[in-house]
Write a protein that binds this ligand. Structure first.
Ligand code: NAD
Length: 355
């Protein structure tokens, strides 16, 4: 089983090193190979996604990714910015389905800004479509407006679009995922205002007819944003487009108290995937040895499950993380009085020990 390891920038290198430690401790026939990506690759090769890195990722069964980005690259032309590496990998590997679970661990209920009874036992899955929507729709650009509220002035524009096959395939992914959970799908859209999402709603409904054992409901995105903080446990699987998914998955992440705890997976139609923590490169704490490596370690568990077909190993890693939390070990971001604060490396070592 071949894994491309792309640590990236900021805390990326620190947290990925811990996940690699955990993978190595499993004693599985894993072949890990590392390459530069993001700002780190730009510094050496002048591009955030060098050909060699892309080749390694394409040939691997899965990619373990840290994070990319730093404020110092904000002035670069868009194609050279570190974040373009993720977009390039998604595009080249055909990764269209992003899985972002938001799980509240029993020991961390107090870390949430919501009342404990709203959050205890939370286990929801947000599935975000990754290849379409306003992020990639053409045309886009800047021009002098010929109509609108201020004709004759400078304006910028993007295009929101989704094709039938794009919506169908993400809907199938959502219904299939729901079958392994509580068999409920909420499709989030803005069908009352946007043609694109009226189309989305029609197609998700059509696909849903092939899954009579899964309950489907539809919700407008503004309401979904409210319900996520009002009664998040009423959801099971949420499926939505690229932009709404971007926003709602971050909101759901914060429900659980720490972005440092949340893994993610992006899959293509042959289950090849890219696995990364939901958070970014956290330049504010990079190099201090205090980043929480658990989101990355849990991403490695998702990789074992979805791309490498190693369900038992995935569960072992998840159980080891719970054990470490139950022992009271905490990195700074999830620390609370009465628990023991540990460094990034100490947390990784504790997970290996628990394994
Ligand atoms: P961020 O997720 O990097 O950080 C937000 C806050 O959460 C910071 O205070 C940070 O210290 C904290 N945090 C994040 N991960 C943590 C961890 N594992 N342990 C402890 N604390 C953690 O988001 P940001 O600050 O908005 O962005 C920083 C950089 O990351 C930017 O350049 C951005 O473009 C990039 N970014 C990259 C990705 C990615 O690689 N997939 C995703 C989001 C942002």
């Amino acid at each position: 089983m071949k894994i491309a390891v792309l640590p990236g920038d900021g805390i990326g290198t620190e947290i990925v090193a811990e996940a690699v430690k955990v993978l190595n401790a499993l004693e599985l026939p894993l072949e890990l190979e590392s390459a530069l990506v993001g700002g780190a690759a730009y510094e050496v090769h002048g591009h955030p996604l060098p050909d060699a890195t892309l080749k390694l990722a394409k040939e691997a069964d899965a990619v373990l990714f840290g994070a990319v980005g730093d404020w110092k690259y904000d002035k670069l032309d868009r194609p050279l910015r570190p974040e373009q590496a993720i977009l390039g990998l998604r595009k080249n590997l055909g990764l269209f389905a992003n899985f972002r679970p938001a799980i509240c661990y029993e020991q961390l209920v107090g870390a949430s800004s919501l009342k404990p009874d709203l959050i205890a036992g939370l286990d929801i899955l947000i599935i975000r479509e990754l290849t379409g929507d306003i992020y990639f729709g053409q045309p886009r650009g800047r021009r002098i407006a010929t109509d609108g509220n201020f004709p004759g002035t400078e304006e910028a524009f993007d295009t929101m679009r989704y094709s039938r096959p794009e919506i169908e395939r993400i809907a199938h992914v959502a219904f299939q995922a729901a079958r392994k959970r509580s068999r409920r799908v909420t499709s989030v859209d803005k069908a009352n205002v946007l043609e694109t999402f009226q189309f989305w709603r029609e197609i998700v409904t059509e696909v849903g007819m092939q899954y009579p054992d899964v309950a489907l409901d539809h919700m407008y995105v503004d309401n979904a944003a409210m319900q996520l903080v009002r009664a998040p446990k009423k959801f099971d699987v949420l499926v939505t487009g690229n932009m709404f998914g971007d926003i709602l998955s971050d909101e759901a992440a914060m429900l659980t108290g720490s972005i440092g705890m949340l893994p993610s997976a992006s899959l293509n139609s042959s289950n090849q995937g890219l696995y990364e923590p939901s958070h970014g490169s956290a330049p504010d704490i990079a190099g201090k040895g205090i980043a929480n490596p658990l989101a990355t370690i849990l991403s490695a568990a998702m990789m074992l499950r979805f791309s490498l077909n190693q369900e038992e190993a995935a569960q072992r890693v998840e159980t080891a993380v719970k054990t470490v939390l139950a022992r009271g070990l905490r990195t700074a971001d999830i620390f609370s009085p009465g628990t023991t604060q540990v460094s990034t490396v100490e947390m990784g070592t504790a997970v290996v020990k628990a394994l």
